[in-house]
Ligand binder design. Structure first.
Ligand SMILES: Nc1ncnc2c1ncn2[C@@H]1O[C@H](COP(=O)(O)OP(=O)(O)O)[C@@H](O)[C@H]1O
Ligand SMILES: [Mg+2]
Length: 168
C-alpha cells in the first residue's frame, strides 16, 4: 500500500493512526534517507500511542534507543479512551541504528527484551534487518519534494497486517 503525505501535518496524522493501533511486540521498520521524515512519523506514532510529551520526541541518534511510556495502566478505564487492542500498558522503543556498527550491537542492547515490553520503532531499519522478525511493518519513506513524501507500506505477517489495516 502506498500513502501520500503532502505536508508535515499529514505525516503526523498517519503516525497517530499507526500509534493508536500498536501493541506489545510490534515492530515498525522505517527506511529512507536523511530528512525523509522518519522521526516526524515517530512523533505522530508516539502521540497516537499516548506518550504524554510526544512533541519532545527527537531522533535518538546519539543514544541509539529512547524509551517512552505510552498508555499507562489504568488509562483504558477512563471514559475518554475506550477499551481496545491499544489500551493496555505499552512502552515505545524509538531506535536509531545510524551509529551502530552492525545488527549484533542492537541484539546486545536487549532488542528481544524490548519487544517483550513494548513496540519498537526503528530508523534506518535496513541496517539491522537480520535481527528483525519477519512479521514487521516496513515503511519506506520516499521524498518527492520539499513537503511531499510517499510512504511505501509493507506488512510481513499477520500482526503487521493489522497495522496496515489501521492505515487504510
Ligand atoms: N510531508 C512531510 N513529512 C515529513 N516531514 C516533512 C514533510 N514535509 C517536510 N518535512 C520536513 O522534513 C524533515 C524531516 O525530518 P526528520 O523527520 O528528522 O527526517 P529523518 O528522521 O528521516 O531524518 C523535517 O524538517 C520536516 O519538517
Ligand atoms: Mg531521524
Amino acid at each position: 500500500m502506498i500513502l501520500e503525505s503532502n505536508n508535515l501535518e499529514a505525516t503526523h496524522d498517519i503516525g497517530r493512526r499507526l500509534g493508536a493501533a500498536l501493541i506489545v511486540g510490534d515492530v515498525v521498520a522505517l527506511v529512507g534517507p536523511l530528512g525523509a521524515g522518519k522521526t516526524a512519523l515517530v512523533r505522530g506514532i508516539a502521540e497516537g500511542a499516548g506518550v504524554p510529551d510526544s512533541r519532545e520526541v527527537n531522533s535518538p541518534t546519539f543514544v541509539i534507543v529512547n524509551e517512552y511510556e505510552a498508555r499507562p495502566p489504568g488509562r483504558s478505564e477512563s471514559p475518554q479512551h475506550g477499551p481496545g487492542p491499544g489500551s493496555a500498558a505499552l512502552r515505545l522503543y524509538h531506535i536509531d541504528t545510524y551509529r551502530l556498527r552492525n545488527w549484533t550491537d542492537l541484539d546486545a542492547l536487549g532488542f528481544d527484551e524490548m519487544l517483550a515490553q513494548g513496540a519498537a520503532l526503528i530508523e534506518w531499519a535496513d541496517r539491522v534487518e537480520p535481527l528483525l522478525p519477519e512479521d514487521r511493518f516496513t515503511i519506506t519513506l520516499e521524498p518527492i519534494d520539499d513537503t511531499r513524501r510517499r510512504f511505501h507500506c509493507h506488512a510481513g505477517g499477520p500482526r503487521s497486517q493489522a497495522l496496515l489495516a489501521a492505515l487504510r
